[in-house]
Design a protein around this ligand. Structure first.
Ligand SMILES: [Zn+2]
Length: 66
């Protein structure tokens, strides 16, 4: 599975491997560092993951979308 991370600062998004969950990543655009939440910690993630065929969108606060 892939995680599509959304930067909370510049709102750009890009694809990460799921192994990056629970890690800090640097935005490719503005270089802001933010944490990718663990997918299991996100209440809504389960539903999103079920709907998503191969990727899930997530931002720093644990919001999932897509
Ligand atoms: Zn950014």
């Amino acid at each position: 599975m892939q995680i599509i991370a959304k930067c909370p600062i510049c709102k750009s998004s890009w694809i990460l491997d799921e192994k990056n969950q629970d890690r800090r990543v640097k935005c490719i655009n503005c270089r802001h560092i933010f944490r990718i939440p663990k997918l299991e910690e996100i209440p809504k993630a389960a539903d999103v993951i079920k709907r998503a065929k191969s990727s899930v969108y997530v931002d720093e606060s644990g919001k999932t979308f897509g």
